[in-house]
Design a protein around this ligand. Structure first.
Ligand code: UTP
Length: 838
């Protein structure tokens, strides 16, 4: 073979190096590989090993306590001995390597060998094929199993329940790993006490919340409360200047505390000191980094020998408490732990989770764990009680308030009656996926406190004053959560949306992965072990995203769809109030506003002609749309608009004793001014003329307590009465508005005097950019035509306006470029217009 025995050619014409276990795509890369360090090193190790084998004998039969030296002495008689390698663990065999092959031959030809009265067995050393074992596979005990190894392990289990237990066993920290962590905590405690007398280092997060995995980081809270008191005492003592202060506190003179006043120091100053102590005084610690501007200021560090990464925070008492809460949940029911492990691993494989402290658009493990617990609170009967119920079961000594938030729950599981739920793990896991596949993320706020989903409308108009119980003077942080595509309230810090960092895409991915998993869980492959040794149960669920053969259903059609998500945060207060008052009908009302904004973007910003679909098209280039265009915002219905329906629904509420007249009036008036007609259809697909006489919206708005509902009750209600709104238009595009847009924008900004420059990214600026483009590309010919259908999806779907594009004749193949541009431009501009609504 041209490249030697190590190299084999694959059927696809690539090369595989057996020695290094790597594939290389072509000859040139192969030559580089063969000259490379790895290959050269392994070849030389193999040569040495082979040479050793030809000069070594295998020896057994000696006593356990026999030393290498004794063996070397004995075999010296046959020739110089280079090395003796003992099987250390068992002490039952050894390899004796001679410096020359002569020694080996002489030893083998000797009929009997004995040492200290023991008969030795001596034979040629077996020649084994040299195999390279990559480092990560060398010690599977303390590192995460590869998916391949895990899959093999899981396939052997007898049931999904057993598979889930095996996931826990494969990932959880071993006793020795836990011991190492405890020792590091002890060491840190010792060192930090030197500098911050009476401080406490408290671990929280995955090392201690019972959801630990190999290599998980070590989250630590440095509690300086006692140190502050200590410092205050020491200060007052020195102020007395009696010279007779015998208190231990006098030590503070020499400690780091003489450099800093903890009662007034900023978190950044304290963190800098913590970082300095870590860097200079804790053996083995390196890569120390203070991140003072993070949501939770933190010092990150690594420990070289222990191979651990750690975080130290200083203002994180709530995290220590919520860690205790997770521990309690885990101890309340044996099913919690395996379920959380399986779902965490699934979410990691699907790239849904993995950001600690919400540092990106993926979910952090804490938020994901809360999703699991919320699901368990919503089983029938529940597996875990709501936090409010747990609070009732706590005794007086367990009462706990941190930063104004009630964090009371029992410390021991014995205080909580066992769950009556008897579902097995296999059913619960499948249930988790179906639950979130159907969950109304955009319309709800997940509350573990109450154990149910709260309608998002009840948060839209809340301002800081409504959380009356909280001590505002002490904690000026906002008391309302930052709403987003996924809203999961922290069970204690009720103003914190732990999933607030998720974006629309992550939410969609979460839902889609849940849908796919739920579908798979209904198949026999999930429920039954394969008799033919095929992947089954959890194994298929753990296939990483991107590697499954089939994409998500409908992927092919999705590429001409743009979604405008409902984002309460961008809306002006008045609009939020209005939506809030509309109750369940907020979707339709919001849809009207979005549709109007979308049409404005096409018509005014991109200078398209926009007409309602179905109406006769204008022949020529209209350039600017007429006032008539504005009134022609498309629709599929000839019936009265949404305004009437909302007014009707609000009227019904009055009969049932619901919302006040004020709100009704303002909605009615507002909607009479809307220029979008929307039709309401029962299913969202079938368009049906509708007015109040013809059985329009009959359901009264929920009132009072009825505003909150569990996901299941909400689903039922929405199925029977929630409506979808649709609208469609026909559009003509006259200019290549996407081409060189950035350059035109830059030139435009340069040419304008600073005082009259529109704000970057504003509707005004983008309108002017299009005008510049239009001037440079005068045309009387339409460039593209397309139809646009808009539909609001709500209820069990995400609340969003979905815009479907259907291109007309596009021989020049321009539509894809235009669409690609719209994908980011349209949602941004629409949002800008919504922000400015009055
Ligand atoms: P993580 O999300 O890192 O969870 O948050 P984890 O269980 O430690 O998982 P790993 O480390 O990713 O394997 C760590 C801790 O930080 C607190 C919680 O106490 C959590 O256990 N935390 C996190 C919050 O209090 N709020 C948050 O929004 C996020």
């Amino acid at each position: 073979m041209e490249f030697g025995d190590d190299i084999e050619q694959t059927p696809k014409g690539k090369f595989h190096c057996k020695l290094c276990d790597v594939n290389v795509p072509n000859k040139a890369s192969l030559e580089d590989h063969l000259k490379g360090r790895k290959h050269q090193k392994l070849s030389s190790v193999r040569d040495t090993r082979r040479a050793q084998e030809t000069k070594s004998v295998f020896v057994s039969g000696f006593m356990r306590e026999t030393s290498q030296l004794q063996l070397a002495d004995y075999f010296q008689q046959f020739g110089p001995v280079a090395e003796v390698i003992m099987d250390k663990e068992k002490g039952v065999y050894a390899f004796v390597e001679f410096s020359e092959t002569k020694g080996l031959q002489s030893a083998l030809s000797h009929p009997h060998h004995s040492l200290e009265g023991q008969k030795l067995r001596v034979k040629p050393r077996e020649r084994k094929e040299f195999r390279y074992i990559p480092k990560k596979k060398q010690d599977p005990k303390n590192s995460l199993l590869s998916l391949e190894d895990l899959s093999q392990e899981l396939c052997q289990a007898a049931s999904v329940n057993e598979q889930m237990q095996r996931v826990v066993e494969s990932f959880q920290l071993s006793e020795s790993e836990k011991k190492v962590r405890a020792l590091l905590v002890e060491l840190l405690q010792e060192v930090f006490t030197e500098f911050f007398p009476e401080c406490q280092i408290v671990p929280f997060g995955s090392s201690v919340n019972t959801f630990d995995i190999h290599c998980c980081d070590l989250d630590l809270f440095l509690d300086l409360e006692n140190t502050k008191t200590f410092q205050a005492r020491a200060k007052s003592c020195s102020e007395q200047q009696t010279g007779e202060c015998h208190s231990e506190d006098a030590r503070s003179e020499d400690s780091i505390l003489s450099d800093i006043d903890l009662s007034t120091a900023s978190p950044a100053e304290v963190l800098d000191l913590v970082a300095a102590v870590l860097r200079k005084c804790v053996p083995g610690v390196h890569k120390v980094q203070a991140l003072s501007s993070a949501r939770l200021p933190v010092v990150k560090f690594s420990h070289r020998e222990l191979g651990l990464q750690g975080d130290i925070t200083i203002n994180n008492r709530l995290a220590v408490r919520n860690t205790r809460f997770l521990q309690l949940c885990s101890r309340l029911d044996m099913r919690v732990r395996p379920l959380v492990y399986a779902i965490r691993y699934w979410a990691k494989q699907k790239q849904l989770a993995g950001n600690p402290f919400g540092g990106g658009p993926l979910m952090n493990n804490y938020a994901l764990t809360l999703l699991v617990i919320f699901f368990l609170q919503n089983r029938d009967p529940p597996v875990v009680p709501a936090v409010d119920q747990l609070k009732e079961l706590a005794c007086e000594e367990e009462e706990c308030v941190i930063e104004g938030w009630d964090c009371t729950f029992p410390s021991q599981p014995i205080a909580v009656p066992p769950s009556r739920n008897t579902e097995d793990l296999c059913t619960l896991l499948a249930g988790f996926f179906s639950f979130y596949a159907q969950f109304d993320f955009a319309g709800s706020v997940i509350s573990l406190r109450e154990g149910r989903a709260l309608p998002i409308t009840s948060f839209l108009s809340k301002d800081q004053g409504e959380e009356g119980e909280q001590d505002k003077a002490r904690d000026p942080a906002p008391k309302t959560p930052r709403l987003g595509p996924v809203n999961v309230l922290d069970p204690f810090e009720l103003s914190h949306n732990v999933a607030g960092n998720l974006n629309e895409r992550t939410q969609k991915n979460l839902r889609r992965e849940c849908e796919e998993a739920a579908k798979y869980c209904r198949s026999l492959q999930y429920q039954r072990k394969s008799a033919k040794g095929k992947a089954w149960g959890l194994v298929r669920l753990f296939v990483p995203c991107g590697s499954s053969a089939h994409g998500p259903p409908g992927a092919a059609e999705r590429h001409l769809v743009i979604g405008i998500p409902f984002r309460a945060a961008v809306l002006p207060d008045a609009v939020r109030h209005q939506l809030h008052s509309a109750g369940d009908l907020f979707r339709q009302l919001w849809f009207e506003k979005v549709s109007h904004a979308v049409v404005t973007v096409f018509r005014d910003v991109l200078k398209c002609s926009v007409e309602p679909a179905g109406s006769p098209r204008k022949a020529g280039h209209t350039g600017q749309s007429s006032g008539k265009d504005a009134g022609l915002l498309g629709c599929c219905s000839s019936s009265s608009g949404l305004a009437g329906k909302i007014a009707f629904a609000v009227g019904q509420t009055a009969i049932t004793g619901g919302d006040g007249d004020e709100n009704r009036k303002s909605i009615h008036e507002e909607n009479n001014n809307c220029d979008v007609d929307t039709s309401l259809s029962e299913s969202g697909k079938e368009h049906r003329p509708l007015n109040s006489d013809q059985g329009g919206v009959k359901r009264a708005l929920p009132s009072g307590d009825d505003m909150t509902m569990s996901p299941s009750s909400k689903k039922q209600r929405l199925d029977s009465s929630d409506k979808s709104a649709t609208a469609c238009w026909h559009c003509l595009l006259w200019h290549r508005v996407w081409a060189a847009r950035r350059k035109v924008r830059r030139d435009l900004l340069k040419s304008l005097p600073a005082a009259s420059r529109p704000e970057g990214g504003s509707v005004e600026l983008e309108t002017q950019v299009t005008e510049c483009i239009a001037q440079e590309q005068p045309t009387a010919e339409k460039l593209l035509e397309f139809s646009l259908e808009a539909e609001v999806l709500g209820g069990t779907e995400n609340t969003q306006t979905v815009l479907k594009f259907t291109p007309g004749d596009d021989q020049a193949g321009l539509f894809q470029d235009f669409f690609h541009f719209l994908e980011s431009f349209l949602p941004k501009m629409t949002e800008k217009l919504l922000e400015k609504l009055e």
